[in-house]
Design a protein around this ligand. Structure first.
Ligand code: 9MR
Length: 365
């Protein structure tokens, strides 16, 4: 038996008494990576701290064949300044994965995102003229991909290039402002040159929405028309419990039609039914936190959606990797987005016990 904390063991013991145990809650959880070995890699995004928690590390080793650094390979984590790199956290994750026989998806070489304290597109990149910005981007990508050559088998080369607005293909990021649409091509060519064996992905969110998918595919078609080296599309799939899979189907099919591979890169399913306005800058009318445990009907709907997604993934040979954006409900970016509030988006509860969502993925039919 795994070395779960006394709290977890007590929880498992008390479940039948609470009258809410299903037989599934106590049966041994099969290894997800073994269940899906013939279909695709099963991955998790992790933080270095997770590898230092023995029970969590054992859970990660048991269920996942692929590891993504949730943050440790972003430019804000690696680049201390121009030409000054700190690979310590990223290397620790690479060593953890190697010790467990897991392969590694690199995330991400280029991103627009910034907050008050973190900047995935550091200011020093953008000093000087266009040629200077291009040279710095090439230098950075070459250094990072070369450092991990032979250890990172696939890269999210560019993250979130597509615009969220109709009638505008590319996101108006600082990269776009400095280099125009060519920045995507520049990044992919630099990555291919630094490691010809690594698979190269364009990664984005909301690919399950028709407008976003169309804009992303316009970018892909432009890259392919110029023979830019791209191997696949990364679909983040940050979904909601009430979603269906029609949009996911369309996104996977659009990628297949272009002869590219599909990776699901950041899968999770929020239990809140927030209106679109909640995701705007003002964060208006987000649902209030549940007063107690999450509602049972939403937990069940989340499990049904996970099951339907995995049936779909397993039916499509183009899907080569499915990565969850986290491991247990204890740690998820959704505790802070779109507003601060507890969320329950993953397959394992905060104590590491399999949820209905786990069982739906473990036996999707
Ligand atoms: O989960 C990540 C969170 O811990 C970071 O603070 C945040 C900013 O770096 O990025 C989160 O991960 C994002 C991923 O890198 C790209 N797609 C959206 C993810 C959730 O915001």
């Amino acid at each position: 038996m795994r070395a779960f904390s006394p709290r977890i063991r007590l929880g498992l013991l008390l479940l039948p008494l609470a009258g809410c145990a299903t037989p599934a809650a106590t049966r041994a959880a099969p290894s997800l990576k073994e269940l899906y070995a013939a279909k695709f890699q099963i991955g998790a995004a992790i933080a270095p701290s997770m590898t230092r928690d023995p029970a969590l590390a054992a859970l990660i080793a048991r269920h996942f064949s692929s590891i993504t650094a949730e943050n440790a390979m972003k430019a804000y984590a690696i680049a201390r300044g121009e030409g000054v790199y700190d690979f310590a956290d990223a290397d620790a994750l690479v060593a953890f994965a190697a010790a467990n026989g897991q392969i590694i998806r690199g995330h991400t070489l280029l991103w627009h995102w910034r907050s008050a304290t973190q900047n995935a597109a550091p200011d020093w990149f953008f000093e000087g003229d266009r040629a200077a910005v291009q040279r710095r981007l090439e230098t950075y990508i070459t250094a990072v991909v070369t450092h991990f050559r032979g250890r990172v088998y696939a890269w999210d080369v560019v993250n979130e290039a597509a615009s969220n607005s109709d009638g505008e293909t590319y996101r108006r990021s600082r990269w776009f402002e400095a280099l125009g649409p060519d920045y995507v091509e520049i990044a992919f060519r630099a990555a291919r040159a630094a490691d010809p064996d690594a698979l190269l992905f364009l990664n984005d969110y909301d690919t399950e929405q028709p407008g976003k998918l169309a804009r992303l595919m316009t970018i892909i078609d432009a890259l392919k028309a110029k023979n830019v080296p791209i191997d696949g599309v990364g679909h983040q799939l940050h979904m909601r419990f009430s979603d269906d899979i029609a949009g996911v189907r369309a996104a996977l099919a659009a990628t297949e039609a272009r002869g590219l591979v599909n990776h699901v890169t950041e899968l999770d399913i929020t239990l809140y039914e927030d209106p679109a306005s909640c995701y705007g800058a003002a964060r208006q009318a987000c649902e209030a936190a549940f007063p107690g445990p999450p509602p049972a009907d939403r937990v069940a709907a989340q499990a049904r959606l996970y099951g339907a997604l995995f049936r779909e993934f397993a039916a499509r040979p183009s899907v080569k990797s499915v990565t969850f954006w986290g491991v247990t409900d204890a740690l998820s970016w959704l505790h802070g987005f779109p507003v601060a509030r507890p969320n329950y988006p993953l397959l394992f509860d905060a104590d590491g016990a399999p949820k209905p969502a786990f069982w739906a993925v473990a036996s999707p039919s």
